[in-house]
Structures are given as structure tokens and as C-alpha cells.
Design a protein around this ligand. Structure first.
Ligand code: 2AL
Length: 251
């Protein structure tokens, strides 16, 4: 099967890292196609960034549907554009925050999210609430680390993430750590070894959930809320996003 992993920010080095993390857990027969949009912010760490990352992400979903992908992962912890992506796709679409939180809830009594900047904590809490995961979420902690700092070789990003995970275990009473950024995917194994508790990387969790859904023959429901969007004119810079007047999902 072919699974498309979309890093919704435009930093190609981060996309390569996310693709490697996805390939490391994918089933032998799975082809991982890791991409990032051509337009949009270089990192996503505000609601503004998130909103402006979504058009490019949706273009990648539309292109994926034309290419017949079997599933999609939205590889940013804010799960930007998740429901809009599901409207555009028949194949299953999974966000890394929803994947990580659900998986964490299956292996511990509570988890703490360790994320990048303090200002992104609100979105993580919002998602926990939306997904019904708030009762498992002991805390959302930030390392006060800009996303792209995770891409700088030799930076102290790893140490700062590790230190914050240790504080989470000491102070929150949690028994699982959820990594709050796709750019932390490469840290998962060593953090888990250092901490002695399960550490959940949403990229890996989402890849395996999408593979499972596809293998079960389950696709996004097109009845009701997640049906194809109603075609209508879009004006100005978004003119190119106008959907065809017939069902864009009709084969
Ligand atoms: C992220 C992420 O996963 N990718 C990105 O650009 N920003 N998440 C975050 N909490 O900062």
C-alpha cells in the first residue's frame, strides 16, 4: 500500500526526518511517500502558522487522491486541517496528535505531552479535549524550544526535551510521555531508554494506525459531515482551490 505522510510545514530537512521515522515502522509492503507543501510557513507554532499551512496541505491531499494513495498522515502535532482533509479524501487520514494520544491512552493510566513552545500548549489541550483524551492527559509541557531548533545539529534540543520529560514524570504523576512535535520523532527511542517509560511518537503511531485502517478496508465515511465539500467559487489568491462542480471524489 502507499501511505502519504504530509509534513505541513515547508522545511524539507524535517520532512526527510519524518519520512525516515515513518519508514522505520511501516509494514514491509508499505511505500511511504513523505512530502511537504511548496507554500506555507517553515514551521508551525502559532494559530496563524497553522491556518496558513492548511491550503498547501489540502493541495497535497487532493494530489494524493488523484494518485490513489491508500492513506494519509498529517505530521504536525496541531493536526492542522484534519477534518478538511477528511472531507477531501476517501482514504483514511490520521493526525499525529490524535494518533499519539489514543495510543498513549492504551498503554498507561495517564500521559504528559512534551512540546516545543509554551504558546503551543493551548492547542494540544484543545485537541485532547476534542478527542475525548483530556481525562488521560496529566499535563502539557513545553521546552520553550522553537520547532526548527530540533533541526540544528549539535543544538541542546535533545537535552532540553529529555529534561522536560524527566520533570513530567517527577511532577505530573504520568506513566507515558507523548512527544508534541513531529520533529522529535528521531528522539523517541533514546528518550524511552533513558526514561524507562513508554514514549509515543505520533508519526510512528499514525503510520501504523493508517496501515491498520487501510488493511481493514476502512475508509473515511462520505455520509454527512465528512462528505466532499460543496463546490463554490473561491476568489482572489484562493481561486485555484475551487473544486469541480461535480463530486470531486467521483472516480
Ligand atoms: C509542530 C510540528 O509537529 N511541526 C511543526 O512545524 N510544529 N508542533 C509543535 N507543537 O510545535
Amino acid at each position: 500500500m502507499r501511505v502519504k505522510i504530509i509534513n505541513p510545514n515547508t522545511t524539507a530537512g524535517m520532512t526527510a526526518k519524518i519520512g525516515a521515522a515513518a519508514r522505520a515502522v511501516a509494514r514491509p509492503g508499505t511505500d511511504i511517500v513523505a512530502v511537504n507543501p511548496a507554500m506555507g510557513p517553515v514551521s508551525i507554532e502559532s494559530h496563524y502558522d497553522e491556518a496558513l499551512a492548511v491550503p498547501g496541505l489540502l493541495q497535497e491531499i487532493a494530489a494524493g487522491e488523484r494518485a490513489g494513495m491508500d492513506g494519509y498522515v498529517i505530521a504536525c502535532f496541531g493536526d492542522p486541517g484534519l477534518l478538511a482533509a477528511r472531507e477531501l479524501a476517501r482514504a483514511p487520514v490520521v493526525g499525529i496528535a490524535e494518533a499519539a494520544m489514543h495510543v498513549a491512552s492504551l498503554i498507561g493510566a495517564s500521559f504528559s505531552v512534551v512540546t516545543t513552545l509554551d504558546r503551543t500548549r493551548g492547542q494540544a489541550w484543545h485537541l485532547a479535549e476534542r478527542y475525548g483524551m483530556k481525562r488521560f492527559c496529566a499535563n502539557v509541557r513545553a521546552c520553550e524550544l522553537p520547532v526548527l531548533e530540533l533541526e540544528v545539529p549539535g543544538s541542546n534540543a535533545r537535552q532540553r526535551v529529555l529534561d522536560e520529560c524527566r520533570r513530567a514524570l517527577a511532577e505530573d504523576g504520568c506513566d507515558v510521555i507523548v512527544l508534541g512535535c513531529a520533529g522529535m520523532a528521531d528522539l523517541c527511542r533514546e528518550l524511552s531508554q533513558a526514561l524507562g517509560v513508554p514514549v509515543v511518537d505520533g508519526v510512528a503511531a499514525a503510520v501504523q494506525l493508517v496501515e491498520s485502517l487501510a488493511a481493514l478496508g476502512l475508509r473515511t465515511s462520505k455520509r454527512g459531515e465528512l462528505a466532499a465539500p460543496i463546490a463554490k467559487p473561491l476568489r482572489g489568491l484562493l481561486e485555484g482551490f475551487t473544486l469541480p462542480s461535480q463530486d470531486p471524489l467521483a472516480a
